[in-house]
Design a binder for this molecule. Sequence first.
Ligand code: ADP
Ligand code: ZN
Length: 616
Amino acid sequence: MEEQLQFLLKEFFGYNAFRPLQADIIKKVTTGEDVLALMPTGGGKSICFQLPALHLEGTAVVVSPLIALMKDQVGGLQANGIAAVALNSSLTEDERMEARRKCRMGEIKLLYISPEGVQAEISGLLSEMHISLIAVDEAHCISRWGHDFRPEYTQLSTLKERFPHVPIIALTATADKATRIDIIKQLRLQHPQIFVASFDRPNISLAVRRGLGKQEKISAMAKFILTGGEQSGIVYCTRRADTETVATALRAMGIKASAYHAGLAPQERDAVQEDFVNDRIEVVCATIAFGMGIDKSNVRFVIHYNMPSSIENYYQEIGRAGRDGLRSSAILFYSLGDFVTLRRFAEESRQSEINLEKLDRMQRFCETDLCRRRILLNYFGEETEYDCGNCDACLNPPERFDGSILVQKALSAILRTNERVGINLTIDILRASSRAELLQQGFHLLKTYGAGRDLSFKTWKEYIYQMLHLGYIEVDYAASHVLKVTPAGRKILFGKAPAMLTTYCETDDVRSPAKEKSAKKAKAALPDLPAIDDNSIEKTLLDELKKLRTSIARKEKMPPYIIFSDAALQDMALNKPATLEDFASIRGVGSIKLEKYGEAFMSLIREKTSEQQRDK
Ligand code: ADP
Ligand code: ZN
């Protein structure tokens, strides 16, 4: 069986090896056992039921909550020459009849259906076909504990009653215990084996930049996006208005960007989503309303323009990057202003205690100078022994210095105003600003006025954030966010303890400039395709391959990533296959795609490489 499964994996999906747990899960399902599989977004859940579906006789029934998800998966399967169909409202009457006929005749390997569809068809179509297995995707929707509870899902318990001998595989990216138990109970899984994959997504680099103003965030983002070349990405904003502002600003800088939020008409939203999926726009600036139901594999970055309200949300959102396993970036802009807003939301919410706790954990993640991935994994109950080598803390380990004098200057300024000022005014005093508000209150007469002239506003802001984090000062949220000096702060002020700060380098580069040594470590941690350098021959070739992919996609009315993933194109650019045999070994090239696209891509590769040789 092992060999047969390996063969199917290459033949239909073009992959040479299973990812961790995939093979084990597939074996269980093909031998008729129930399984619960927990894997992070992009972890490769689909293969776990698609491959058994190919191996087994009959038709696999896949329950999926969203039409967009079904469409995407069915499109991907068909492109690989697999007979798959989705029974939903987007079909015409004729198409529906034809699909049903094929299911009954056993001509379909995978039938995608909504939970309502199951309800309607359980004694109809479903009982008239030979079902090989049942896959329940996004299975956490069945649980009231989860964040996506869908009442329709609770009806799925009838599946086991009706088809007691058909194995059920439930899949989800939500791992908590209560949800797990609920899934097993409600779907009536029989002695299921539970597989929990690591939630790590090592190909997504993590970075947090703090203390940047609106304009600074936008220009840092634009710079980052423009240096990456034409790439897909998502910018998450808390406010609807910001999605519009940011999209407009990015467009003004030559980036194809659109806004997406719940205030738009459904057709407008669908149009933006379609444009994004088909690579007609590069960036979607969106509220959290965007993302569920998007399986696009070549999202290269997720930027949080504002701080998210919990680590769960953050992790789910960044998980939309890099499903193809290639290097991708998650960048978060953190500011105290955002924190204050979120704090107010949390306080006013129904479960304020829980929400405040979640926000607190999120803040600690933003403030840390330890390996961020370890903090994330730890939050999800996974212990790790090593730093990841692919986050800003690892790539740019903080250098400390004795900042006692700086801290004393700031603390003294705060105390001399009788603790009546917030962050900005404190900095203005230190830097001797002549702002009216400051002069009116006579703060220019303070002894500390101008005591910190030598440092920029941004640098001061960074050090004040560090002072907050170190507990020397605190923000009085009840009193217009003025700063108060804590007992720990007083110790520093009176020279009883040193204040060790982290050196701050002013830069508008949102990526962490990797230091030689740790950069090597990062590569070792990523067992993936080698990266392609910006100015290399391979990069030029890759760009040409992408253009070819786009033109084929337009012709076939398919999203480009369904034709070939970015990983496949990168593999081609690096290895320049010259024969069909070489081409077949490219990642993601199964026999259908080999036959359909092999010649076109190889002739482009031949043409470009000979041009380059001539130019030399
Ligand atoms: P999930 O449903 O868990 O979010 P998917 O099933 O969409 O993830 O898989 C994510 C990506 O990983 C897809 O592009 C898929 O083709 C790819 N993938 C899955 N399994 C493998 C594998 N064994 N080798 C290489 N790529 C894989
Ligand atoms: Zn790290």
